[in-house]
Design a protein around this ligand. Sequence first.
Ligand SMILES: Nc1nc2c(ncn2[C@@H]2O[C@H](COP(=O)(O)OP(=O)(O)OP(=O)(O)O)[C@@H](O)[C@H]2O)c(=O)[nH]1
Ligand SMILES: [Mg+2]
Length: 339
Amino acid sequence: MSESGPKIKSTLGRIWGSKSTSDGDPGMEEIESPARQGWLGRLKAGLGKTSTRLSDGITGLFNKSTLSEDTLDDLENVLIEADLGLDTAERIIETLGKGRYEKGIQADDVRAVLKAEVERVLEPVARALKIDDSHKPHVILVVGVNGTGKTTTIGKLAAKFHSEGKKVVLAAGDTFRAAAIDQLKIWGQRTGSNVVARDIGSDAAGLVYDALAQAQDEGADVLLLDTAGRLQNKEGLMEELAKVNRVLHKLDPSAPHDVLLVLDATTGQNALSQVDVFRERTGVTGLIMTKLDGTARGGILVAISAKHGLAVHAIGVGEGVDDLQPFDAGEFAQAIAAG
Ligand SMILES: Nc1nc2c(ncn2[C@@H]2O[C@H](COP(=O)(O)OP(=O)(O)OP(=O)(O)O)[C@@H](O)[C@H]2O)c(=O)[nH]1
Ligand SMILES: [Mg+2]
């Protein structure tokens, strides 16, 4: 535990920046460190499937220099198949159809319009997760369907906050699976965070109540609440999350201060319906998309952002402790539109 502290600090401090996040600054630094190049490479590789499909589609359509209605229709299909969403696809087609390209159009022109439009959608949602120091603790509820990366993301966030000198408490609110409790305890050891856990099968809302009471007693800065991704059924899960929210209100009427929905980038369109459901039932305040290093279908983040405008705080580009990165609209757009 103690030997992992300084290592975490040196890596995360460099990537995220150590400045306060309560000043409206997105807290992202433009540093071309080896670590940064590493994760950018993983992001590009992860989005490779999406961008190759898009790029091949664009190259195939625009190898001749005329811009016909049919070509634009075909391009619209290529964009929709990349999960970018109807609105964004239509806007790209509209821009291309506006006649700026009477003299002919190249695939690179189309890629530039694609990048600009994706960036335009993502820029306003790229917002860092801010810890409000007036909350003791700032309570972050982490939700999402099973296997999206909730517990891992909590571990990564705990490491980040720890590296900023914050006192962090983790609550093992996924009382459904024994392995989930152990997994969180390991992250607690790795990141120097206290973990509040109960036996498997315990009432999650009761555990959350205890965790907030303990975090308040300890004067903790941040309380990260892990939750189950799957119960007997979806309705049961949503009811449990509503109960967790009610219990938090009892001890701190302003809690939770953030409700983070964790989405798995490999699931494509399904992520959109997850946002619909969780937003309606648990009051999601921000998103984290994980597994953008895998065979991601990252286009869906554009469709989600165009529809919901929810903050995208960070992205996961690996399983390791420093594989959580601030979300950068320009880099993401570049990775999607790259030829
Ligand atoms: N490649 C990659 N794997 C990730 C990332 N984030 C999480 N994972 C992996 O995804 C798997 C599931 O992660 P968990 O953190 O256990 O997911 P969870 O949402 O807590 O799952 P449940 O507790 O079952 O609901 C683990 O094997 C993680 O290591 C990521 O950004 N990239
Ligand atoms: Mg979990």
